[in-house]
Design a protein around this ligand. Structure first.
Ligand code: ATR
Length: 531
């Protein structure tokens, strides 16, 4: 079954609902869901007109009317909503969606809606198909597959389960349930919330009946829905299939990441059958391990690689070490990695998957720095101040020391600056001295000034001297407050875009084995940053 992109429509008047049907048609939705409970007034004549208007929609139509306790807005009585739904079924709705509990509780629903949906006959072409659904807005149960199986005991044409994902591992549970259920019956299984995006996009890989996508950002009927145009354009919805390989960016937070836009565009450019998703994993090592282990234990997921960002770069190294995987010598020396690669084994439990870790930040940063220096640049024994002592700093300090630079590290947490300096024969200075230091080059490796806190700078007041070269590893925004101050002082500035493109291109090549389309990566990055 080819999974449909279904746009839920939640306007509160019939006129607006009709306008949204036209908008969903223009947005190329495959299906629409009319949420009757969002309408302010409920009269049968208006519904009849709305159903007439819905005939212009070329795809299929779901009609739903949820009560407050089912996560909806219906405040009328049960028989009122049954009348509306019945009429919708008789006026051409392809699917009627009822909550499983309501169906079980109400003989009236079973009798009337059952009749409209022909559930007691073997009709291969029922007037309307019955979706029985269950929602949990708080959590994901431990065994969603058994809930889908319970629902399937009723005469539903489609079973549906939607649960809040509190962690990304909840999405894995849901995908597992979807995969098992969709193999035997038409199924909709999805995870709500930011951590649920994996389940929403990958629904197509296992042939769910549909996934929901919002008409536009801000018009979601449930948290975590991706706008329909983003599903089609960014996640390349139409190209997803059972063979699609899965990649992503593991971080926390990760919603702002540009990586999904650029990596998916790059996959599309070279025709690689892959999809790249944001993967929000809570900061602890145990969360990181639970997620990656959870993916590897499910080899059918086809996870092949992840970019790993704040705050997990050191977790990645520890994880690959623990699993006995390969660590690129450079990444080991730097003590941080940003690229996870997975080579699938043959065992169904995934226990023979091979993981490896590499660091593409280092090359990305050094290439950007060299290219940004006057005349192609030679760092020689330049004096460089590095702000920050996290994963990115480690990579850059290692690179700078390799190139022969004299490096001074300033970090808010002094111990971390000292430890890093000791390791790479650099000097540590107190964080408060950072504005007073003389240097040829200043590199910001902290997250200060990153979107959304764009007015902040790691060097309040700007760099001390106009002859300094100032390199900010932050790429969002392209011109940070630090770089703006530096430019105004006459400094040469290097932004984070080149570094970001270089490191992403290196990851792309590690995963796919083919050279990255760097022009496409740059274009999409700059386009998104410009929005
Ligand atoms: P990355 O892998 O990108 O380097 P990281 O390892 O989390 O990310 O490191 C973030 C760096 O930004 C750290 O040096 C951090 O300083 P601490 O070691 O003191 O935590 C620095 N940083 C983040 N927010 C900061 C702030 N508000 N003020 C000063 N330093 C900050």
């Amino acid at each position: 079954m080819t999974t449909k992109l279904c746009v839920p429509l939640t306007a509160n008047t019939y006129e607006r609902m009709a306008a949204d049907i036209r908008a969903a048609t223009a947005a190329q939705a495959d299906m629409i869901e009319l949420r009757l409970d969002h309408l302010r007034d409920h009269d049968l004549a208006s519904l009849r007109r709305l159903m007439d208007a819905a005939r212009s929609f070329p795809g299929e139509l779901i009609v739903t009317c949820r009560m407050a306790e089912e996560g909806g807005r219906w405040d009328g009585d049960e028989s009122g909503r049954v009348s509306l739904m019945e009429l919708a079924g008789l006026c051409g709705a392809h699917y009627l969606d009822f909550e499983y509990e309501a169906w079980r509780r109400s003989a009236n629903i079973r009798q009337k809606i059952g009749l409209v949906c022909d559930v007691n006959t073997d009709s291969s072409r029922p007037r309307a198909r019955l979706i029985l659904s269950k929602h949990d807005f708080e959590r994901t149960p431990d065994d969603p597959a058994s809930i889908l199986a319970d629902i399937a005991r009723e005469p539903a044409h489609v079973v549906k389960l939607a649960c809040k994902a509190n962690k990304i591992t909840d999405s894995l549970l849901m995908l597992e349930a979807l995969r098992a259920s969709a193999a035997v019956r038409p199924t909709i299984a999805l995870s709500m919330g930011e951590a649920g995006i994996l389940a929403r996009v990958l629904a197509r890989k296992w042939g769910a009946v549909l996934t929901f996508a919002s008409l536009e950002a801000g018009q979601e009927s449930a948290p975590g829905q991706v706008p329909v145009t983003q599903m089609r354009e960014m996640y390349r919805w139409d190209a997803l299939n059972a063979e699609t390989r899965v990649y992503g960016v593991i971080g926390c937070p990760v919603a702002h990441s540009m990586s999904p836009a650029i990596m998916n565009a790059a996959f599309g450019e070279v025709g690689h059958n892959g999809v790249y998703l944001p993967m929000r994993v809570e900061p602890d090592y145990t969360d990181f391990r639970a997620f990656v282990d959870g993916c590897l234990r499910r080899p059918w997921l086809d996870l092949r690689g992840c970019s790993v960002t704040i705050p997990h770069k050191q977790n990645l190294l520890r994880y690959v070490e623990e699993r006995g995987g390969d660590i690129e010598p450079l990444a080991r020396r730097i003590g941080a990695a940003n690229t996870l690669s997975v080579e699938k084994g043959t065992r169904p439990d995934g226990s023979d998957a091979r993981v490896s870790a590499s660091n593409t930040d280092y090359r990305g940063a050094m290439d950007a720095l060299m290219a940004g220096l006057a005349g192609g640049g030679d760092l020689g024994d330049a004096a460089v101040v590095v702000l920050g002592a996290g994963g990115a700093s480690r990579a850059i300090v290692a690179g700078l020391r390799d190139a022969g630079c004299r490096v001074t590290i300033c970090n808010r947490t002094a111990d971390k600056a000292r430890a890093l300096a000791d390791e790479f024969q650099a000097t540590a200075r107190p964080w408060n001295d950072r504005g007073r230091l003389e240097a040829d080059v200043v590199v910001n490796c902290t997250s200060i000034g990153m979107w959304p806190k764009v007015d902040e700078s790691p060097l309040p007041g700007g760099p001390r001297l106009g002859k300094m070269v100032v390199f900010d590893t932050i790429y969002n925004p392209i011109e940070t407050q630090l770089l703006r101050d530096a430019r105004e002082r006459g400094c040469r500035t290097i932004d984070g875009v080149a570094m970001f493109v270089n490191q992403a291109a290196a990851q792309f090549q590690i995963w796919t084995g083919i050279p990255a389309p760097t022009a496409t990566i740059r274009l999409h990055l700059v386009q998104r940053l410009g929005r």
